[in-house]
Write a protein that binds this ligand. Structure first.
Ligand code: CMP
Length: 145
């Protein structure tokens, strides 16, 4: 077991439904502590850039439209095995297939409107944290590299 950081998004469906607090509580109860967070309304460029690995996929346009439809909560989570733990707490990508009691099952609707995003690997976590939080912002919060 090792302390790790990961990146998390509470997506526009969950923010607009007033579920931000419940999702943060779920993550915290699961052992993940938010050490940086902010609400952001993604621009087209930000959404396209963040999800650039999916740019050739048929769902890319809809994904960008959804992710720019309202504010998101972006956050850095810290805890033991944070990357795997966050993915376990979120459940399967498709909310319809996510296990009972997981964030995506409780707060999402389907594979697109799935309430939350979490990094899938250490390199991705580093990239995604840096995509939304500058070194200066993190340092101001006491989050050191
Ligand atoms: P996320 O974890 O944010 O990473 C990429 C997102 O693309 C994923 O959650 C889903 O919301 C979305 N996604 C993945 N596969 C599909 C699909 N087949 N149809 C629609 N959206 C998808």
């Amino acid at each position: 077991m090792s302390k790790e950081r990961t990146f998390s998004i509470v997506k526009p469906d969950a923010v607009l439904a007033g579920k931000t607090g419940a999702i943060v509580q779920h993550l915290t109860d699961g052992g993940l502590k938010p050490i940086a967070m902010k609400l952001v309304h993604l621009s087209q460029e930000q959404a396209k850039g963040f999800y650039h690995v999916h740019r050739e996929r048929p769902f890319f346009g809809d994904l960008v439209k959804f992710m720019t439809s309202g504010p998101c909560l972006v956050q850095v989570l810290e805890g033991e095995n944070a990357i795997a733990k966050n993915r376990e707490l979120m459940g399967a990508t498709d909310s319809k297939k996510a296990a009972a009691g997981t964030i995506r099952q409780k707060f999402g609707t389907d594979i697109e409107r799935n309430a939350a995003h979490g990094s899938d690997a250490p390199e991705t976590a580093k990239y995604e944290i840096g995509f939304f939080f500058s070194g200066a912002e993190l340092a101001a919060l006491g989050v050191t590299p």
